[in-house]
Design a protein around this ligand. Sequence first.
Ligand code: GAL
Length: 415
Amino acid sequence: MTVKSTCAVAALSVALGGATSVFAQDVEVLHWWTSGGEAAAVSVLKEDLEGKGTGWVDMAVAGGGGDAAMTTLRARVTAGDPPTAAQMLGMNVREWADEGYLGNLNEIAAAEGWDEVVPPAVQAFGKYEGNWVAAPVNMHRPHWVWGSAKIFDELGLEMPTNWDEFFAAADAIEAAGYTAVAQGGQAWQEATIWEAIVLSIDPNLYQSALIEADPEALGSDQMVEAFEIYRKVLGYADDGYAGRDWNLTTALVINGEAGMQIMGDWAKGEVVAAGLTPGEEILCSVVPGTQGSFLFNTDFFAMFDVGEGKQAAQQNMAQSVMSVSFQETFNLTKGSIPARTDVPQGNFDACAQKSMADLAEATAADQLYGSLAHGHGQPAAIQGAYLDVVTAFANSDQSAADAAAALVASVAAAQ
Ligand code: GAL
């Protein structure tokens, strides 16, 4: 069926005679994958599509976490010129679908059996009012600690399993003259660390404070404790902290200048791009106290309703993104795990295999949560209210108690 529709598009393009591209059709894709590992993953997608006769027009908007990309996307749509497809995180999919801008992918989803292979938690974001509107390309896990094996071996350290061990390791690394915990001073990076700490205190706190926005949980003693731990973690950052991009922060661990980084597994994409083996030269463990739970964020490609002329290319792209072989190749490069459950695991590194096993365990135990920092917890405006408080805390000497109180007020004001 797909082969037929691709041929039909090629025939149409030849009949119209207007090809400026060697491809029957192009897709213009807006995304924020510009770091070394991310760009390598984009190439996998581009080549896969080109192999199927669909050209790639790149609309990359740099900026980890996608804030700048989402601003550009809004401007493009407002100007009446949406891209063919855009990378977006879970809540964004819902918001764009709610505004009526997204095309319907039901036909390809039904033909390819997406309902049977995509975990329900991911479907909850890829479907809107029962219709597939975006194709999930991966599952990222944001609560990892990445460690320099060189430094850990030199100092005889093990990757920490609780906060006491984490701070003891950090002290030893700092005493040896390295940066202990490499961090980048951008709101989304700060929130990535903070939400992992909240999860480590108690998954119920994560659920009630970050997913349900319960004011009691937001202002609770447990939340104060989370900010206290975060204050301690911040104390191990180096002088280059302010404004530093996440991939440059990862590079400090890769280069053996810093002992640890708390960051999502897109950092593993940098490790792979540097020619190193995750789990060997760069160690991985989940953030202390979060074993048993799984935070996730999924990158989707949503298709904008740009008229019938692009529909075949959009279907082609959605089909490519969701194929078993693509999900394997792409996620090996990206650092994430596949968004479908039937992809062979054998070629993945030890950290990804741990992620897959942990996902199954957390799903069975009902311990799977959407990442607030990465667009799977709250709508953008409310997410922003959380991030404002976290970054203000990180960049001042505010007390933990004051930060928890500010969180209650900020979230209430955004609702
Ligand atoms: C996340 C996204 C990942 C990764 C990261 C840093 O929000 O889901 O794919 O690229 O941002 O840019």
